[in-house]
Design a protein around this ligand. Structure first.
Ligand code: G3P
Ligand code: CA
Length: 276
């Protein structure tokens, strides 16, 4: 079904309003009319320390459609939520996530680097995130560097199955990765859970590549630098949706809204939907 253009939909209404109201009304309806999903990247990470409860709660408060999380694994086999493969940038600790036990990871301060008010924020566990947010907000789950964590796909699948989140009615769960083999594996373990492939490589945008992705993925999720109208149309023609990242400016948000993508992954959910 063709989406109604912003101009067609809001023009009769906005003519009745003051200039200020007109500005607000058109801002208010832009993301909504185009039905773009707003994804709070590592939580609302422009406003709170990435991949912490503070950032994910902020994403909920800002009425994002999804939070995006990065999943890795501790030395003793617990799934934890952190972006970098080392803890150095976002905590007061040092070393690789895979070389630290859960106890060591949980003892780190993952908030102070962003501001004193976040002191004491912890690196969350995957089960903590599932239990706190499923049913409350969508969860876009990235397997970060799964090649470092053999068997992580089975562990993620198990956690979802334990909560009946492997069923089709739970539409607001997506699993994505830059590692395509890992996503093929997830697709065979969880055939009903939507899969996304991540890339910033133009070589992955050929018709042949897109057809191959479409054989196991539901989302083609590129960095916004490689997004064109033609690519969006090709992705849709292959039966996939497209969510693009990482929006950190109003210009980038506006660009992706105009490209008609299905989701915008952003550190600032209010840049996509100004009501938030
Ligand atoms: O969700 C897309 C985005 O998270 C991919 O890049 O490096 O932020 O994990 P990165
Ligand atoms: Ca990510």
């Amino acid at each position: 079904m063709r989406k109604t253009s912003l101009f067609e939909a809001v023009l009769p209404f906005t003519l009745l309003l003051s200039p200020f109201q007109q500005a607000f009304a058109s801002e208010t309806t832009a993301a909504e009319l185009r039905k773009v999903d707003t994804v709070a990247h590592r939580g609302a990470s422009g406003y709170a320390p990435e991949n912490t409860i503070a950032a994910f709660d902020k994403g909920v408060d800002m009425k994002a459609d999804y939070i995006e999380i990065d999943i890795q694994r501790s030395k003793d086999g617990k799934l934890v939520i952190i972006h970098d493969t080392k803890v150095d940038r976002t905590t007061d600790g040092t070393g690789y996530v895979k070389d630290l036990t859960l106890e060591q990871i949980r003892s780190l301060d993952a908030g102070s680097w962003k501001g004193e008010q976040f002191k004491g924020e912890k690196i969350p566990t995957f089960d903590e995130i599932l239990d706190r947010y499923h049913g409350k907000i969508g969860i876009l789950m990235e397997l970060k560097s799964p090649e470092l964590y053999p068997g992580i796909e089975e562990m993620v699948a198990q956690e979802l199955k334990e909560r009946n989140l492997d069923k089709p009615q739970n539409e607001k769960i997506i699993i994505q990765s830059f590692n395509f083999e890992s996503m093929k594996k997830i697709n065979s373990l969880l055939p009903k859970v939507p899969i996304g492939v991540l890339t910033s490589n133009r070589a992955d945008t050929t018709e042949q590549a897109l057809r191959e992705f479409a054989s196991y993925a539901d989302y083609f999720n590129p960095s916004y630098g490689i997004v064109t109208e033609e690519l969006v149309n090709q992705v849709h023609a292959n039966g996939m949706k497209i969510q693009s990242w990482t929006v950190r400016s109003h210009e980038a948000a506006e660009f992706l809204l105009n490209m008609n993508v299905d989701g915008i992954i952003t550190d600032y959910p209010d840049f996509v939907d100004p009501r938030n």
